[in-house]
Design a protein around this ligand. Structure first.
Ligand SMILES: Nc1nc2c(ncn2[C@@H]2O[C@H](COP(=O)(O)OP(=O)(O)OP(=O)(O)O)[C@@H](O)[C@H]2O)c(=O)[nH]1
Ligand SMILES: [Mg+2]
Length: 455
């Protein structure tokens, strides 16, 4: 699912990524393309409009976190808005009331109600050890009740005995009684489908719902029907108290329009995605995972969050001044190393950057040694305060003392000193180029890869 959307949004962001500074026109252009991508994915127009407005509002008033690029910030904003559109939090089934808790499945014909009933029941049995009874209220389609019973046997879940000639309301009463007597935790009611929404069906669903007082009414909708699925959900919701959506056949849905607009259009959260015909092929719906799947942006979002958490803005400003003046010293370097450590070391930082994934293997092979951070900090802390603040002081007797004090060879210390000088030169050059932001200094430290001795 979402392949095409992933593709087109990926292109928008890769255009942004090359830029160090984003003008409002860049953002507008990017959002125009995101808008087209969403519409092509069959997301409803009003949902797309709201989405774009919300992203633009945030992008404008946004304080950009210094240690990430503007493009990364935009990606983060789009991701947040996308998650909100999808429903912010993953919604679990509400199973807290007194057992037997009733879950009622509704939806159009062939949408996947019976299959989803068995799938969800099976998950709850296996993961939460629930004792479950399933009952089919479909007296219209021949063999519909047997279909549920057969699925039940496959997964070892009880189903209500079939008595022909009973009306749905009576089956419901019998199922409730049986569930109580049998000490079941959960009762699933699988209702009949219709080709179209009609009064008769709705009347029957209302009647059943009144008798059974379900904790959850799950609307099962076929994602392949796109915006129709959204309309069906809206109409069902007007008649019965739909509490969540099960979106089926997402395995065949390349566009994902229904998944994307369902929550925003109906106010109902998606709770499960049906991912195939097999009983095991269902997954709980996690907006944040879906959003990152769509953006395909590695873990930029976590990188932005971590950077925001760990980089003290005041410190960052001071550092920038020092870099400009060329007075960056070993104490500053040590602080920077702390930041890198907090962000999971070089490896952690790198793996969160999109596009770096493919280099990760090469980096692993090159053997980046994370312990170098600790050793460098040890060397720095073996320096006197004067030495740290005035890198020029270093003499060979001082070097010997520092190396001995930190348990490294003079050679390794020399490497640190040499690299430090290179960094200073680089910083001066870069500040002349007039680029802004701490990203540079982090970038410089990334450049310290050269400092890594081969294993
Ligand atoms: N690929 C795929 N097929 C599914 C999925 N969910 C259900 N199906 C298939 O869709 C068909 C109809 O599913 P049912 O569960 O019988 O649908 P229903 O809503 O109970 O149908 P009625 O009771 O006739 O209204 C079956 O062949 C299922 O195997 C899914 O997530 N992916
Ligand atoms: Mg059915």
């Amino acid at each position: 699912m979402f392949e095409s959307l992933n593709d087109s949004i990926g292109k928008v962001f890769s255009k942004l990524k090359g830029k160090g500074y984003l003008a409002e026109s860049d953002i507008n252009e990017a959002m125009r393309e995101v808008r087209i991508a969403l519409l092509e994915a069959d997301v409803s127009l009003s949902v797309v409009k709201d989405f774009i407005t919300s992203v633009k509002e945030r992008a404008v008033g946004q304080e950009v976190v210094k240690s990430v690029s503007p493009a990364q910030m935009v990606i983060k904003i789009v991701q947040d808005a996308l998650e909100e559109m999808l429903g912010s939090e993953s919604e679990e089934l509400n199973l807290k009331s007194t057992p037997p808790v009733v879950v009622m499945m509704v939806g159009l014909q062939g949408s996947g109600k019976t299959t989803s009933t068995a799938k969800i029941a099976n998950q709850l049995k296996n993961k939460q050890n629930k004792k479950i009874l399933m009952a089919s209220l479909d007296i219209y389609r021949p063999a519909a009740q047997e279909q549920l019973a057969t699925l039940g046997k496959q997964v070892n879940i009880d189903s209500l005995e079939i008595i022909s000639g009973q009306k749905p309301a009576d089956i419901t009463k019998r199922a409730l009684k049986e569930a109580k007597l049998g000490g079941y935790d959960l009762l699933f009611l699988d209702t009949a489908g219709r080709l179209h929404i009609d009064e008769e069906l709705m009347g029957e669903l209302q009647q059943v719902s009144q008798i059974a007082q379900p904790s959850e009414i799950l609307l099962v909708a076929d994602s392949l029907t796109g915006q129709d699925a959204v309309n069906v959900a809206t109409q069902f919701k007007e008649k019965v108290a739909v509490s969540g959506i099960v979106l089926t056949r997402i395995d065949g849905d390349a566009r994902g329009g229904a998944a994307l607009s369902m929550k925003a259009a109906t106010g109902c959260p998606i709770k499960f995605l049906g991912t195939g015909e097999k009983i095991s092929e269902i997954e709980p719906f996690h907006p944040e995972r879906i959003a990152s799947r769509i953006l395909g942006m590695g873990d930029v979002v976590s990188l932005v969050e971590k950077a925001a958490e760990n980089v003290d803005q005041e410190e960052a400003k001071k550092l920038e001044k020092k870099m400009k003046k060329g007075t960056f010293d070993y104490e500053d370097l040590s602080k920077q190393l702390d930041t890198i450590k907090k962000m999971g070391g070089f490896g952690g930082m790198m793996s969160m950057l999109p596009g770096i994934g493919k280099y990760k293997k090469q980096m692993d092979e090159a053997g980046i040694d994370e312990s170098i951070i600790n050793r460098q900090q040890a060397m720095i802390s073996s320096m006197t305060k004067e030495e740290r603040q005035n890198p020029k002081l270093m003499s060979s007797s001082r070097k010997k003392r520092i190396a001995a004090g930190s348990g490294v060879s003079v050679q390794e210390l020399n490497q640190l000193l040499k690299q430090f000088k290179q960094m200073q030169t680089m910083m001066k050059k870069m500040s002349k180029m007039g680029k802004k932001g701490l990203m540079r200094s982090l970038g410089n430290l990334g450049g310290m890869g050269g400092m890594m001795p081969p294993k």
